[in-house]
Design a protein around this ligand. Structure first.
Ligand code: ATP
Ligand code: MG
Length: 329
């Protein structure tokens, strides 16, 4: 059975963008693949985190995956915490020593995130290398992701090619699995940017933990334009295009059908329908979330995921260790 692998950083509450680019794809494909779904807590500390909040966000993320429809009872579903498996960091070091520094400082996301902070750590630079290790340890066919991570999956793929050429066939070449709708949900206040969970402006992102009132307020006050024409044109009308995209993701329809439904109408109607669609999906997730978080099942799920992921990762690391000449033969 081919494998699918993805992770969502516990750097804050998950957004509707994370649902569109990440979780909803896992839910759609989980029966067809062996799925590795992990919480990349080691990635989260590339920017400062409060330790107590980080612990909480890790567990909340697991409960939320399940609340959104990830089925932990599927025999081929493995949910784990990155830092509980030491092989990610071990392989990452080897990869760091095979990655030109310039490849990392040229990454879009490094440029965007480093610009937000006065100073930044080396972890922010090397994070895509750790992500390459997260992926290549498990030989997945697909990595479900939003468009923002495409470049990082390509880096992993290039590392795999470089390793295979130099040391013999070690890694399967992964492909990003990018949704046709919702690959880039935009910031509601600045639609030039993508929506992010680690935002300084809470009005910019709809979180899966927001109340109905908050969701409606944020979507109703989303930035659009003064043209008063509904059409899908991401370059010239990013705000309106974003609403059409969010509507399509949460009403389970296509952008073409959404445009046909709303064209000729006003922005107020589009916003209201978009808010209705988001509320009708997200509020039931929250009921399920409360059930899961109080059920005591999370530890068992994580123990299984940790043990299984260590088994797979250890075997791969062992091959790589020998290939590069570490330790004893
Ligand atoms: P952070 O601001 O901490 O980087 P984030 O919102 O970018 O948080 P990540 O944990 O970096 O979230 O990414 C988790 C998954 O969500 C990835 O697959 C990523 O591609 C996807 N994703 C993130 N933001 C969006 C978005 N705005 N639209 C669609 N997919 C997204
Ligand atoms: Mg991100």
């Amino acid at each position: 059975m081919d494998r699918l692998l993805t992770g969502l950083q516990p750097s804050g509450a998950l957004t509707i963008g994370n649902y569109a680019g990440g979780i909803s794809q896992v839910v759609n494909y989980q029966k067809d693949y062996e799925t590795f779904l992990f919480v990349p807590d080691m990635h989260a500390i590339t920017v400062p985190q409060d330790p107590e909040a980080l612990h909480k966000n890790i567990i909340n993320a697991i409960a939320l995956y399940i609340a959104c429809g990830v089925d932990p009872n599927l025999p081929d579903m493995h949910i784990y915490i990155q830092s509980e498996n030491p092989y990610h960091a071990n392989l990452s070091w080897i990869f760091e020593c095979h990655t030109p520094h310039g490849d990392l400082t040229r990454m879009h996301q490094f440029k965007a995130k480093s610009a937000l902070h006065e100073s930044f750590t080396e972890g922010l630079v090397t994070y895509p290398v750790l992500m390459a290790a997260d992926i290549l340890l498990y030989d997945p066919k697909y990595v479900p992701t939003g468009i923002d991570q495409k470049q990082h999956v390509e880096l992993a793929r290039n590392l795999a090619i470089r390793f295979n050429n130099r040391y013999g066939e070690l890694f399967r070449l992964p492909e990003p699995l990018i949704p046709t709708v919702g690959a880039k949900i935009r910031d509601l206040q600045n639609p030039e940017q993508k929506m992010s969970k680690s935002t300084d402006n809470p009005k910019a992102s709809v979180f899966l933990s927001d109340t109905e009132k908050q969701i409606r307020k944020k979507i109703m006050s989303a930035v659009t334009d003064s043209e008063a024409v509904i059409k899908f044109d991401e370059a010239n009308k990013p705000g309106v295009s974003n609403l059409l995209t969010i509507y399509s993701v949460f009403a389970d329809t296509t952008v073409e059908d959404a445009v046909a439904k709303f064209e000729g109408g006003g922005y107020g109607d589009l916003k209201k329908a978009t808010a209705d669609a988001v509320v009708s999906k997200v509020i039931p997730f929250q009921d399920k979330y409360n059930e899961v978080i109080n059920s005591g099942i999370i530890d068992d799920i994580l123990n299984e995921g940790r043990d299984y992921s260590i088994k797979i990762a250890q075997a791969k690391y062992e091959q790589v260790r020998r290939a590069v000449g570490f330790g004893r033969i």
